[in-house]
Design a binder for this molecule. Structure first.
Ligand code: GAL
Length: 415
């Protein structure tokens, strides 16, 4: 309550001095710093510039947004409020709870967002029946990106089961290529974990363990198998993986220095940005054993409460983001699917079309589930507790049995 009061005071103080801010300026805090991400953001920037807005870019490097969220908290606490912030899942709801985010319901009602934004996304874009975020896209994490020439050279097809995956990784290793391009950062380890949980236990187990935080599921034999498999995958990464940024890992696959990367579909943005084509230069396929299921994350723009002179820019940004043409143009470049159900897949490449179709299928089956790694399964405290155990285990600091025990206890104390 005390924190809420402090935040409200700083936000309103900022609103009062807001006259200093330019009403035609859009200042965006985000973590889209890779080539593909920046190219996608450029679509929005140009769109707004055409409408007479100046774009003040505030990129905070660090995939998954952990660093961006730290910077944001410091900025809001000191009353230095940006026009909008890129945010994920439960972080949005956390900020909404503080009472400091802007109510976008008037724009949303006028433009009929309720009818076109999928239910799974609205869960994070609305708080107490009010629209408090604008969904930009739908990404999903259970993907693999492979270099086609390398796959051809080792005589491998996209694997469809765990055993087939291991067989392909073994072939790559035997051929002297890095089998798995990976960046050892907690959110990247957790991104792999999303898929390994899903393939090992299936959709029900993913829901029970990652979303419902069922203590039995968290400490089950299935979870033990998940950690065993994580350790197995660790055997296929190169010695320099520690701390590597995700886009540098994508680049290893693009260049043919590595066979594949397990990563969300923002990786496709890197391939496309490098002039590569699906099915010619690279292959995209669902993590073996997770076909038909999707672990998703949706980037959304959250606006904070600001003075009236800055609201016009916020509304313009909201309208520009929800524009169906923008949703197509942006997501074609970003690697994600549109956040509206009424956008045609015509402009999308084969991987984009598959992403859109898979989302539809999973949503109909009830197996469209929030990504733990990207803040759509639980609050940040739980997510970070999981990150910690997953990464220490992946780095060989704790054995599998201990990781299973620690996962259950860390989640319990964080939730
Ligand atoms: C995700 C985000 C994506 C992409 C990725 C890597 O959390 O949803 O848009 O930016 O991080 O930075």
């Amino acid at each position: 309550m005390m924190i809420k009061k402090m935040l409200l005071t700083t936000v309103f103080a900022a609103a009062a001095t807001g006259a200093l801010a330019q009403s035609k300026e859009v200042e965006m805090v985000h973590w889209w710093t890779s080539g593909g991400e920046a190219a996608a953001l450029n679509v929005l920037k140009e769109n707004l510039q055409k409408q007479g807005y100046t774009w003040k870019d505030n990129p905070i490097a660090g995939g998954g947004g952990t660093q961006a969220m730290t910077v944001l908290r410091a900025r809001v606490t000191s009353g230095n409020i940006p026009t909008a912030v890129q945010m994920l899942g439960f972080d949005i709801l956390d900020w909404a709870e503080q009472g400091v985010v802007a109510d976008l319901t008037p724009v949303a009602t006028k433009e009929g967002w309720d009818k076109v934004v999928p239910e799974a996304l609205q869960k994070f874009s609305k708080y107490e029946d009010k629209w408090i975020a604008v969904p930009v896209n739908v990404h999903s994490t259970n993907w693999i990106w492979a270099n086609k020439a390398v796959m051809d050279k080792i005589g491998a097809k996209p694997p469809t089961s765990w055993d087939e995956l291991i067989a392909v990784l073994d072939k790559a290793k035997a051929a002297g290529v890095t089998a798995l391009a990976h960046g050892g950062q907690p959110w990247q380890d957790a991104t792999i974990f999303d898929s390994v949980v899903l393939t090992t236990g299936g959709a029900e187990f993913y829901k029970k363990s990652m979303i419902d935080l069922d203590p039995q599921a968290l400490s089950s034999d299935t979870m033990k198998k998940v950690f065993e498999r994580m350790a197995q995958l660790r055997g296929y990464v190169d010695p320099n993986f520690s701390g590597r940024d995700w886009n540098l890992a994508s680049s290893m696959v693009i260049k043919g220095d590595a066979a594949m990367q397990i990563m969300g579909d923002w990786a496709k943005g890197e391939f496309v940005n490098a002039g590569k084509k699906p099915n010619e230069d690279f292959l995209c396929f669902r993590f073996p054993g997770t076909q038909g299921n999707v672990t998703f994350n949706s980037d959304q723009f959250v606006m904070f409460k600001v003075g009236p002179e800055r609201r016009e820019a916020q509304n313009a940004l909201a309208t520009a983001t929800m524009d169906p043409n923008f949703q197509s143009a942006f997501n074609v470049v970003k690697g994600s699917a549109p956040a509206r159900t009424d956008v045609s897949d015509a402009a999308f490449d084969a991987c984009g079309k598959k992403a859109i179709a898979d989302l539809k299928e999973a949503s109909a089956k009830g197996t469209l589930m929030g990504s733990m790694a990207h803040g759509h399964a639980n609050r940040a405290a739980v997510k970070n507790a999981m990150y910690d155990v997953i990464s220490r285990h992946f780095n060989g600091q704790i054995p599998t049995d201990q990781a299973v025990k620690e996962l259950a206890t860390a989640v319990k104390s964080a939730s």
